[in-house]
Ligand binder design. Structure first.
Ligand code: GLC
Length: 590
């Protein structure tokens, strides 16, 4: 039986645990920071607005697919370590590695069976420590994925929990009686299709799972769960990780009264009636947990960060994730990622909204990740794809943001979904085929060169196939071509580092009514030039008359720093500025 505490009593209990579990914890040294910091200095750094993560570029690595070092067709930690020089030369400051904890791999690592170990498939804890220390030598910080909403059904905690109704861990998960024989308590649906309740005959109750049935939800109203999870975070912080990307965090709590979710017209890809996840998503208690996690992060020196998977419905919900600078520093902005069409007005509006978020939080933009088709396939028009890849790169790397890249976007990797149901690896694709083909398409191995398996693995067969486009789009070929997508990324990443206006400048949109071209200024706050960014989101050339005098720009032309297609070195006249189809211009203005 689940014991529900009255809210007040429960808060007092949590508070007691916090004092015990968080407040008294010691401060640990930071193997990743460059200079030793005291907690006072750390606070000052946070408040000065100049913490490392404000200027960092973060790069997401799907470990199964980055580099295989032992020939089993699956990427691993030593593989990542062997590619650190590439990441340093590309201009990356931090890598986020999606889960490599022990896992039955039903959801490819997002079903964790031990939060404080490494799955042998990916290596050992010693390999992990070596990765962190080799990364540090190259000034690259390592961010882990943290999966708090659910564990694997194979986690010892769940095995205990399901063993009897009186087991001490019973209340670590969400168990409920059914409504009647064969009938779950309410209409809550799994994000991955069908009922979110799974019947367990051993104890004649249902458990709740927001994702697959093999991923039972942990009960975050239980203080012991919180303590165990915060201790798992500490375990990795002590090993020198720079922070966590927190998975599916808005799903931590469900309505204790189990109201049915509202049904709306239509059916989803799994054939279920559409519902609004009103009672299983974004409950206010989520923010209490984020504040607690932030306090755990702050036990450690070196400005450790929290990134949240914040697929929030609008900017105002997203803004709540910053709290009062006491929740996460970087909520991933799905609004920007999923505009899904090249629309200057849409991007302008969204960038402005985030820029002015009432919490004053740092924007965190991305376009692709391991859950959604790659940007090329969502923003390309089939004809100008390479040019559009550069345009999206500029859109990611030049506004005021901590950009998040997904491995392979820098070479224009394509989404390659499986052609046949029998080839599908991701269970979503198995349940939803053919409408929902799953996420294999965006998880294919990294394309390094033109050797066997594009240099990813020496295996006969890799866990997902390399697409035919790998012959043209790979690191080695693109490194030799100054006009490749990779060369464009390298230039843009280098410019971010060297131009003070891109590091610290404010963000001001200009030519605000233009329906086709997104233009903005990164206004230098100190001495030196500002940067003008002009992105033509249409398939025809556009001419603009810029008037930047009111923004303190005195000169009438701009010197190109990066342009695609390439321009000559001559300065461009601002009052009569022509930009080619899907063109990118990044120039200095005084
Ligand atoms: C997040 C992950 C996704 C995973 C899900 C369940 O959305 O990004 O890959 O399937 O959580 O853990």
């Amino acid at each position: 039986m689940i014991t529900m505490f009255p809210k007040r009593a429960y808060r007092i209990l949590v508070f007691a645990f916090l004092l015990h579990g968080i407040g008294l914890a010691p401060v640990f040294p930071s193997p990743q920071q460059t200079a030793p910091a005291t907690s006072g200095k750390q606070k000052a750094q946070r408040n000065s607005g100049d913490a490392w993560w404000r200027h960092a570029v973060i790069y997401e690595i799907y470990p199964r697919s980055f580099q295989d070092s032992n020939g089993d067709g699956i990427g691993d930690l030593n593989g990542i370590t062997s590619r650190l020089d590439y990441l340093r030369d590309l201009g990356i400051d931090s890598i986020w590695i999606t889960p490599m904890y022990p896992s039955p791999l039903v959801d490819f690592g997002y079903d964790v069976s031990d939060y404080t170990a490494i799955d042998p498939l990916y290596g050992t804890i010693a390999d992990f420590d070596r990765l962190v220390s080799e990364a540090k030598k190259r000034n690259i910080r390592v961010i882990m994925d943290f999966v708090p909403n659910h564990s694997s059904e194979q986690h010892p905690w769940f095995k205990e929990s399901r063993s009897s109704r009186t087991n001490p861990k019973r209340d670590w998960y969400i168990w409920r009686d059914g409504k009647g024989p064969g009938e779950p308590r309410n209409n809550w649906q799994s994000w991955f299709g069908h009922s979110a309740w799974q019947f367990d005959p051993a104890t004649n109750q249902y458990y709740y799972h927001h994702f697959y049935k093999e991923q039972p939800d942990l009960n975050w109203r239980n203080p012991e769960v919180r303590k165990a999870m915060y201790d798992a975070m500490r375990f990795w912080f002590k090993r020198g990780v720079a922070g966590f990307r927190i998975d599916a965090v808005s799903r931590l709590f469900e309505d204790p009264d189990l109201h049915d979710d509202p049904i709306v017209p239509g059916r989803n890809a799994y054939g279920d009636p559409n519902i609004l996840h009103k009672y299983t998503d974004n409950l206010p208690e989520v923010h209490e947990v984020l504040r607690e996690m932030r306090r755990v992060a702050e036990e450690f020196p070196g400005s450790r960060i929290l990134i949240s998977e914040a697929d929030e419905p609008n900017i105002s919900e997203l803004t709540k994730m910053y709290g009062k600078n006491d929740e996460v520093q970087l909520p991933m902005d799905f609004q920007i990622a999923d505009v899904n069409k090249l629309s200057a007005p849409d991007f302008r509006r969204l960038l402005d909204e985030v820029e002015n978020n009432p919490a004053g939080g740092q924007p965190h933009y991305f376009f692709s990740n391991h859950d959604q088709p790659r940007q090329w396939d969502r923003y390309g028009d089939g004809e100008h794809n390479d040019q559009i890849a550069k345009l999206i790169a500029a859109l990611l790397l030049t506004p005021r943001t901590t950009p998040l890249m997904y491995y392979g976007e820098e070479i224009g990797m394509r989404t390659t979904p499986p052609a046949r149901k029998e080839d599908v690896q991701d269970p979503i694709g198995k349940i939803g085929w053919p409408e929902e083909k799953g996420r294999d398409g965006e998880r294919t191995p990294m394309q390094w060169d033109n050797t066997k398996n594009s240099g990813f693995s020496s295996a006969q067969r890799t866990w997902l196939p390399l697409p035919p486009s790998a012959a043209e789009y790979n690191v080695e070929s693109e490194s030799r071509d100054p006009n490749s997508i990779l060369s464009f990324y390298k230039k843009a990443l280098a410019l971010r580092r060297t131009e003070p206006a891109l590091q610290h400048g404010s963000y001001v949109t200009v030519d605000r009514d233009n329906p086709f071209v997104l233009s903005f200024l990164r206004k230098n706050v100190g001495k030196g030039n500002s940067i003008l960014v002009v992105l033509n989101m249409s398939a025809v050339p556009q001419t603009i008359k810029f008037d930047l005098a009111s923004l303190g720009i005195k000169e009438s032309s701009s010197k190109p720093l990066i342009a695609a297609p390439q321009l000559g070195p001559d300065a461009t006249v601002l009052a009569h500025f022509t930009i080619p189809a899907f063109g990118v211009f990044i120039g200095a203005v005084h």
